[in-house]
Design a protein around this ligand. Structure first.
Ligand code: F6R
Length: 611
């Protein structure tokens, strides 16, 4: 969504704000802006449509930009009003400027009221209504903290807001509801930010700001107040991530770096859950007796995280013979789901802040269900609100397209399914240990082998880069993977791509297959290979081009494919891991061939904190 940053301290604020915005660009990148205090303490807003470089170029015309010690900044993902200079943040008046992440749902109502009070609006944004409402309240109270606290009482929707007031140079105010916000302290000053990586270059001492709390940030320190203005004592934490996580290192793109981090991320995620050779979920409040008692188990998530749930469904149902339903969070939250305290709802979320997933979690809790968060960002909203949490230790994922987070989510789904099978006495302890051992030791190796031969994926991508449309097909587990593979390709290459069950293509969709249509077929499982091969022949008979991805050593007739990529031979249950890496690399190299903005694809943003 949007990213916000603020700095106040002894050093020049602008380089710190720009650095933070660059790190936060994954949250939105259609415009950027800052509000800074000058040396003489006057307040200026400077903003620009487009990337941060445009803002940086504009700043050279503002002498204050080289001497300011306090300011706030914003990188935008447009929700209300097109990307433009006017709609960029900060918004406000000469008295107060704000940056905002979220949506003020009742902005039209606020705007009508403010117009009736003599205010005029220049942008199409919801944020301007919030800014002017804070200004209105400031006019009444003459106190920034009171102005913010009384203004937010009138807001419906979600917000993380950073505000500066001309009457209080050097001070930043920040408040949040349903959107992330942290505060941090360094040797030369203090920060606010949407996310920890934005400040890691300067400090690893941070604290989260809780729902409804007001943070008052000065060079000397940070004070947190509850909505009734009582001071809340909170200790700083040490960041679990270091600054290298937020840089590309030797890689040309974050996406490629993050794909290469998969083997390590998988090991680091699984290792802490294993005790005595078996997965153990006691720390999340899930012993075998409890696991066995749940009547229904749901996975609720969005996008890639939901696709990890589809794999979890397949494995859990196969191994534990327990039904597991997968729901899209934005649907689940409005469908009045049949849930009670005998049920379990697993929310999978890399960011832990996705608005729909968070709303689904809250709904499940209201219904009395046990909620488990599978989350990558420590201390995020899903992690804090779920009854139990399992962390995926992938480190920050900066590229908009999720890769390593998916891999580690799969890892957790596998361990969960194994333990569920054990709890239901469908698997004995020696099998459980064997599968667990294989997942933690062999699977990272399988992914390594794909990374070592990534040039083969690059060659396939080059060959099919001009396709208008592509299909990803498979059966069983491979079908579950196809959904993610198709999303990855369309998301960053802008080639239309769809996933189909291999046997379903002929029931209508085959009419779309023509000579320039690549059909990527995942066939990791020997027991379904013959069936899939028949489907591939159907595709080739219509002129479609088949790229087969199957295990090394499978006997595959040469008339069933045009190109072939091999997965290292392994237990068929685990082929999905190296196959996922192949899918990600194909998406990456296709986009590279097409000259796309791989880490920041058009129209998208990471961490979707609006509905
Ligand atoms: C696609 C992608 C998205 C996210 C989805 C959920 O590559 O990243 O589909 O998976 O927006 O995000 P989280 O996992 O943060 O809840």
């Amino acid at each position: 969504m949007c990213g916000i940053i603020g700095y106040t301290g002894s050093e020049n604020a602008v380089p710190r704000l720009l650095e933070g915005l660059r790190t936060l660009e994954y949250r939105g990148y259609d415009s950027a802006g800052i509000a800074i205090f000058s040396e003489k303490n006057s307040l200026t807003g400077i903003k620009s449509k487009g990337r941060i470089e445009n803002l940086e170029a504009k700043l050279s015309y503002f002498p204050d930009a080289s001497v300011s010690h306090c300011g706030i900044g914003h990188t935008r993902w447009a929700t209300h009003g097109e990307p433009s200079d006017i709609n960029s943040h900060p918004h406000g008046t000469p008295r107060v400027y704000i940056v905002h992440n979220g949506i003020i749902e009742n902005y039209a109502e606020l705007k009508d009221f403010l117009i009736s009070q003599g205010y005029t609006f220049s942008s199409q944004t919801d944020t301007e209504a919030a800014a002017l409402m804070i200004d209105y309240c400031y006019n009444l109270t003459q106190n920034p903290a009171d102005a913010i606290l009384s203004a937010v009482k009138r807001f419906k929707g979600s917000y993380a807001i950073g505000a500066v007031f001309s009457s209080e140079p050097g001070k930043i105010y920040a408040i949040r509801k349903d959107n992330p916000l942290i505060a941090a302290i360094s040797s030369d000053g203090c920060f606010i930010a949407s996310d920890l990586p934005a400040v890691l270059k300067y400090t690893d001492n941070y604290m989260r700001i809780d729902e409804g709390e007001l943070a008052v940030v000065e060079q000397s320190g940070i004070k947190i107040y509850s909505p009734d203005k009582t001071e809340v004592k909170r200790d700083f934490k040490k960041a679990e991530w270091d600054v290298s996580c937020a840089t590309k290192g030797e890689y040309p793109h974050f996406m490629l770096k993050e794909i290469h981090e998969e083997p390590t991320a998988l090991f680091q995620t699984l290792y802490p859950i294993i005790s005595d050779g078996m997965p153990n979920f006691d720390s999340a409040g899930l012993n075998d007796t409890r696991l066995k008692k749940f009547k229904k188990i749901y996975v609720v998530a969005c996008g890639t995280a939901m696709h990890a749930g589809l794999v979890g469904k397949f494995i859990a149902e196969k191994m534990a013979r327990v039904p597991l339903e997968v729901e899209i969070a934005s649907e689940f939250r409005y469908k009045n789901p049949i849930l009670d305290k005998t049920d379990m709802v697993i929310i999978i979320s890399q960011s832990g802040e996705t608005a729909d997933s968070l709303a689904a979690l809250r709904l499940a809790k209201q219904c009395g269900a046990y909620t488990l968060g599978v989350v990558n960002v420590p201390g995020s909203s899903v992690a804090r609100e779920a009854d139990g949490v399992i962390y995926t230790h992938a480190g920050p994922e900066i590229a908009v397209a999720s890769t390593k987070a998916y891999t580690v989510q799969l890892g957790i789904m596998y361990l969960f399914a194994f333990r569920l099978a054990y709890a239901h006495e469908k698997m004995d302890s020696s099998q459980l240990r064997k599968y667990t051992q294989e997942l933690i030791t062999s699977v990272p190796e399988l992914i390594h082998k794909i990374l070592d031969t990534q040039s083969e994926c690059a060659a396939i991508s080059k060959k099919y880069k001009n396709a208008h449309s592509a299909f990803f097909i498979g059966r069983g587990l491979d079908y579950a993977l196809s959904s993610e593979a198709a999303l990855k390709l369309k998301e960053i290459s802008y080639i239309h791509s769809e996933a189909y069950a291999a046997g379903e293509l002929k029931h209508g969709t085959l009419s779309l297959v023509c000579e320039d249509t690549p059909v990527f077929a995942f066939a990791g499982c020997a027991d379904l290979l013959d069936k899939t091969i028949s489907n591939l022949r159907e595709v080739r008979a219509r002129g479609g081009k088949v790229v087969l991805i199957c295990q090394q050593g499978f006997q595959v007739p040469s008339d069933s494919y045009d190109d072939i990529l091999y997965l290292p031979s392994c237990d068929q249950m685990f082929t999905i891991f190296p196959a996922a890496t192949i899918a990600q690399l194909i998406a990456y190299y296709t986009s590279l061939e097409l000259g796309r903005d791989i880490d920041r694809p058009r129209n998208l943003a990471k961490s979707v904190t609006v509905e």
